[in-house]
Ligand binder design. Structure first.
Ligand code: SAH
Length: 457
């Protein structure tokens, strides 16, 4: 077994060749990869080795010698401390190229798929201030509370005045909660001692209606001077229409607990995608970048290639967003989703829009779809939009059994997408093309829609 060519505390001069999926530069020392944060492909510099493992190591950039032409000054003052964004030091064009390359690399290395058409990443005109949801952890400072985001791989909160990828209303609410809560005697939750009250503030904003929802996540039911906090939030952000409380008594880093109550106003806010109205409640999954959601869904619709006569399955349908978007051009859309509240929302959303050719079912896609097949259902198109871990193998198997003409795969993780594509292409399908869409500018997250068609030979 060969030893790594470097050891801890060595200083080495390197050239960076690549970027990892979490945004670190990769340099090779005699073929041994070393990962270095804040370094970009094409750059050279002095690196101090901080940790070595058998097959790879980590280093710290001590001095940058040759900077990449794609390097830019990150506009956020806490960028180097906060773990929220990873690519602010890379030009936006560079980010879009890196995301396309990530998809291509995963397709090749994991999926064994070469020479496929991957289009250039569809980016935003203005890649800032795009998030419609902020989940802000709260900590206790000396005099007032601390609000911001976690440092990378840590539970230390980086105190933040404004976040350049969230809506300005979220900044205002973050500030008012920080100052008012301290005045009102509300203590932040302390995760180590499992004491205190306020754990997170979750803020949702609707781009089309400008409505704001604030969810105060607390350890216990009691929230001292709740009414005063509500008044302060409403005064700071008058378009707030909903203030909710969610109680999470557990020792966990999962944000929400099971109990949600309305403190003031409505219990949902409304948003629209291409004229379709959606009611969004405190805990619903809803895409976070409204501008790009439309781009993504339009691409999914184009890949579905509907004419009005198709039966469509939307697996992993959430609150029915893609299903309702497709329904206008399909005969019928069947949505399946594992979270019962989301299915309730999906049904309400269908009613809200007078859409009668979409129905929604609670269950695991991998169990419900084989059952539908046994009942004689034949889908022409199946859309899947799974969480990061990708599709369950049983679902891939069920799709191969049902043999829809087309599968539209919306993915937020190129690695599991590539794995699943291999399964489908081995099972009689062909990957026609893939379109990365930048849903999360300034971060390394990659979203990609693929069109997979049944081979007719
Ligand atoms: N297509 C929706 C939601 C995508 S997020 C949108 O664009 O808004 C993925 C969804 O899959 C979540 O709502 C999650 O609850 C659901 N999910 C996770 N595992 C599932 C499974 N095994 N079967 C069905 N749905 C599942």
């Amino acid at each position: 077994m060969s030893k790594p060519p470097v050891t801890k505390n060595d200083h080495v001069h390197v050239t960076f060749e690549d970027l990892t999926h979490d945004g670190a530069g990769v340099a090779k020392i005699d073929g041994y990869p070393v990962f270095v944060k804040q370094a970009l492909p094409g750059e050279t510099g002095q690196v101090k080795i901080i940790h070595t493992k058998k097959n790879f190591g980590f280093g710290k950039l001590m001095e940058l010698e040759q900077a990449s032409p794609e390097r830019v000054e990150p506009p956020c003052p806490v960028y180097h401390r906060c773990g929220g964004c990873q690519l602010q030091h890379l030009s936006y064009e560079g980010q879009l190229d890196a995301k396309k390359k990530q998809v291509a690399d995963a397709f090749e290395r994991i999926g064994g798929l070469e020479n496929v058409t991957i289009h250039d990443t569809l980016g935003m005109k203005d890649p800032w201030r795009y998030r419609n949801k902020s989940q802000i952890p709260v900590g206790q400072g000396d005099e007032q509370l601390v609000t911001g985001f976690f440092a990378e791989r840590s539970n230390t909160i980086v105190d933040t005045e404004e976040c350049l990828i969230q809506h300005p209303d979220a900044d205002r609410i973050m500030q008012v909660v920080k100052t008012k809560a301290a005045e009102l005697g509300i203590r932040a939750y302390d995760s180590e001692r499992h004491r205190g009250t306020l754990r997170h503030v979750v803020i949702r904003h609707s781009k089309t209606t400008d409505q704001v929802m604030v969810v105060l996540v607390t350890k216990q039911d009691q929230l001292p001077n709740k009414k005063h906090l509500v008044d302060a939030i409403r005064e700071a952000v008058p378009n707030t229409v909903s203030i909710m409380q969610n109680v999470n008594p557990k020792r966990t880093n999962v944000i929400f607990g099971d109990k949600t109550t309305t403190v003031w106003g409505q219990d949902t806010i409304y948003d629209e995608i291409d004229g379709i109205r959606f009611a969004i409640s405190a805990r619903s999954f809803y895409q976070v970048n409204p501008v790009q959601t439309y781009v993504l869904y339009k691409q999914a619709l184009a890949y579905a290639g509907l004419t009005g006569s198709e039966t469509v399955i939307d697996a992993y349908c959430g609150i029915g967003t893609i299903s309702l978007f497709l329904a206008a051009q399909a005969k019928h859309v069947y949505g399946v989703e594992v979270v019962p509240e989301a299915v309730d929302d999906a049904k309400k959303n269908a009613k809200l829009n007078d859409i009668t050719n979409a129905s929604f079912y609670v269950g695991e896609a991998e169990s419900v779809i084989p059952w539908w097949k046994a009942q004689g259902m034949q889908a022409d198109v199946i859309v899947v939009d799974p969480p990061r871990k990708g599709c369950d193998e049983a679902l891939l198997h069920a799709m191969l059994q049902m043999q829809p003409e087309k599968i539209v795969y919306v993915s937020c993780n190129p690695a599991t997408l590539a794995r699943d594509l291999k399964h489908l292409t081995d099972g009689g399908y062909r990957l026609h093309e893939a379109q990365p869409v930048d849903m999360f500018p300034q971060t390394t997250h990659v979203e990609c829609v693929s069109q997979i068609v049944l081979k007719n030979d």
